[in-house]
Design a protein around this ligand. Structure first.
Ligand SMILES: *Cc1c(COP(=O)(O)O)cnc(C)c1O
Length: 405
């Protein structure tokens, strides 16, 4: 399929190119030391991902440890309530640890093992990536250092406890604002010193090449499974596919299964409290081209051109940019990016819980909210939504802030 001059039949062969570019986005804007480390990871990945031993081990892990394939569920009561459009969800909430993140963490940790590394390093904000990586490290017997700002350590006590129970070393970062940005810098610094024995594991389709490609490839299991399951259930393709976009890993995993199909694809960004800078994290919708954290993409900038402060009710979506492949798919128009606000999201959270018996993560509730709006617009057809995770982690926050609706 050709879309605005991009050939999607051969898309995965051509994107990214050898330097990690999706069109003008991506690349590796990092120090020479880190470039050497990334080149080593790239080379290892290209060798290992073709090895039948690696592929069959990853397959076995997905089945026996993660519980894959996760099902696709038909949302019958919600569909009936909204009209004639049939809604379906891909149940990444049922993946081990309750979200899609383990799909790439198990891949990254298995790669670390094959490369003979002893340790995995990462930063975490809300703690979800830290928990997924700590899980993978425990499984493979790797050391695990998770950098986290002291402000986030206080806010995310249950996830800090999970990481520690899983045997990870949570490294407190106290300088500056002591949140995610400082944790990223500290983790990169540590990695620059330790890269001979350690591997840096990025939590989404972000960062320098090869991570946007590698994380997409590890997440593509979501889209491959969902496409086959959906066709098995209905005999046809969905008319639309929807996923929420923070960094963009669950969305890239889902979308990669459908890029070459006659299917409308929607990425949903958090509009938060509104359109003013600082009130949302809709980077693709309101941002512009820029380089941060080692890659070129579309980002939200402050008046000095630095990453702007962002806000979302979902802590997994509050990042001032998205992966370079999303920026590329945005510009060429293959994926449409749109927004839903906090209010619509919380409404979808309660609606899905009440009508279907599925409590979604607040991140995933953005995709559900958009799917519900789209269903009312479309009048007929079917929509497949990526339910990236379960809402257990959000219970205390929802009860405190919104009560029971
Ligand atoms: C982290 C997270 C997200 C956002 O990350 P992406 O890389 O954009 O997928 C979405 N949903 C859940 C449940 C998460 O934990």
């Amino acid at each position: 399929m050709n879309h605005n001059g991009i050939e999607f039949d051969t898309y995965f062969k051509n994107y990214p190119d050898a330097d990690g570019y999706f069109g003008k986005y991506g690349g590796a804007y990092i120090s020479e030391d880190l470039k050497r480390a990334m080149a080593e990871i790239t080379e290892a990945y290209f060798t290992i991902c073709k090895s039948s031993k690696f592929i069959s081990e990853l397959r076995r892990i997905r089945k026996d440890f993660q519980g894959r394939p996760t099902p696709v569920s038909h949302l019958e009561r919600l569909s009936n309530k909204l009209g004639n459009v049939q809604l379906y969800v891909k149940r990444e909430d049922l993946n081990h640890t309750g979200a899609h993140k383990l799909n790439h963490c198990m891949g990254e940790a298995l790669l670390a093992k094959y490369m003979g590394k002893k340790k995995v390093i990462a930063e975490t904000g809300a703690g979800q990536h830290g928990v997924a990586l700590a899980t993978a490290a425990a499984y493979f017997g790797l050391e695990c250092d998770i950098y986290m700002g002291s402000v986030d350590i206080k806010k995310q006590a249950p996830n800090v406890a999970r990481m520690k129970i899983l045997g990870a070393n949570v490294v407190e970062v106290t300088h500056g604002l002591a949140t995610l940005k400082e944790a990223v810098d500290a983790a990169f610094d540590a990695y620059t010193k330790e890269y001979k024995d350690a591997i840096y594991c990025i939590g989404s389709v972000l960062g320098p090449h090869p991570f946007p490609m590698m994380v997409r490839d590890f997440q593509s299991v979501v889209g491959i499974e969902a496409r086959e399951q959906f066709i098995g259930m209905t005999g046809e393709l969905p008319d639309a596919v929807v996923a929420c976009v923070g960094g963009g890993s669950n969305a890239m995993g889902m979308f990669s299964g459908f890029l070459n199909d006659p299917v409308d694809i929607y990425g949903v960004e958090p509009l938060g409290r509104g359109t003013a800078l600082g009130d949302h994290a809709a980077s693709l919708t309101y941002g512009s081209e820029g380089i941060m954290h080692g890659f070129n993409s579309i980002m939200l900038k402050d008046e000095n051109g630095e990453p702007a402060p962002v806000y979302s009710v979902a802590s997994g979506l509050d990042y001032p940019s998205s992966g370079p492949e999303h920026a590329f798919l945005h510009d060429c128009g293959r994926v449409k990016y749109d927004v839903v606000d906090d209010e619509e999201t919380i409404d979808a959270f309660f609606t899905l819980s009440r009508l279907e018996g599925i409590i979604p993560a607040i991140e995933s509730s953005h995709a559900v909210a958009y799917g519900m709006k789209l269903a009312q617009k479309m009048k007929r057809g079917s929509i497949l939504i990526c339910l990236s995770g379960r809402g257990d982690k959000d219970m205390d926050y929802i009860i405190e802030k919104y009560g029971i609706r």
